[in-house]
Design a protein around this ligand. Structure first.
Ligand SMILES: [Zn+2]
Length: 231
């Protein structure tokens, strides 16, 4: 055993990593979620259904090629911890790991066919400075590692720092994000198919606002993928 591997094994023994969902120790092969929790993950499998519930949320608001969320979360569900650790506990690696996992599963069903770029929904620079990273960019990074599709981060920026969406009514969520994204390069995206990546889908308002920033691009096609959606 190489010294490096021996050292890694010792660290693992002294400080075992635990499953984000059930808190039981992970084996060396498991990244963030243990095998058992992974089997029970409430996958939506909506990418297999045409005109699915996620796509319907965008009807009449923005035209999409396809849209899906990877898993359902509920208030009080242990699986919500995946989102919590990624967003509020600095666990960037949870995003990369979940990005890789959902990409590997959805790729088999052709979800990434003809996608040219991945765009993580941008955070306002102040918010990103406080958090230290953009959780959606971590997901996009993981997806890119599996699919090879490039991630474009700086082409769209968030102009306003909006208050947290969770305490707002549905109507306020829509007006709150209207016009908050700005596109800096139209040529890059002409005739391209872009996949917008976000961590959680609630009303879809943020994705629609981001899609609105791309309307002036010639013949651009858009799709949406989020890690989770409320059940
Ligand atoms: Zn577990």
């Amino acid at each position: 055993m190489a010294l490096k591997d021996w050292f890694a094994a010792c660290v693992h023994l002294l400080f075992p990593k635990v499953c984000v969902v059930c808190s039981l120790p992970l084996s060396a092969q498991e990244e963030c979620v243990c095998h058992r929790c992974n089997i029970d993950l409430p996958r939506t499998n909506l990418h297999l259904k045409p005109d699915n519930a996620v796509e319907r949320m965008f009807w009449g608001k923005t035209e999409l090629q396809r849209a899906t969320s990877y898993f359902y979360y509920q208030r009080g569900s242990d699986y919500r911890e995946i989102l919590h650790q990624l967003k509020y506990r600095g666990r960037k690696e949870v995003g990369v790991s979940m990005g890789k996992q959902m990409a590997a599963e959805l790729q088999k069903d052709g979800f990434f066919d003809d996608i040219d770029y991945l765009i993580p929904i941008p955070l306002h620079r102040k918010k990103q400075r406080i958090r230290g990273y953009n959780q959606s960019a971590c997901l996009a990074d993981g997806i890119s590692r599996v699919t090879g599709i490039p991630v474009i981060e700086k082409a769209i920026t968030r102009q306003r720092h909006t208050e947290t969406q969770t305490r707002k009514s549905a109507f306020d969520r829509w007006t709150n994000v209207e016009g908050i994204f700005k596109l800096h390069s139209t040529e890059l995206f002409a005739n391209k198919h872009i996949l917008l990546i976000d961590d959680v889908l609630t009303t879809g308002a943020t994705c629609v606002a981001c899609a609105d920033a791309l309307v002036e691009v010639d013949n651009v096609r858009l799709s949406v993928l989020t890690l989770a959606m409320a059940e």
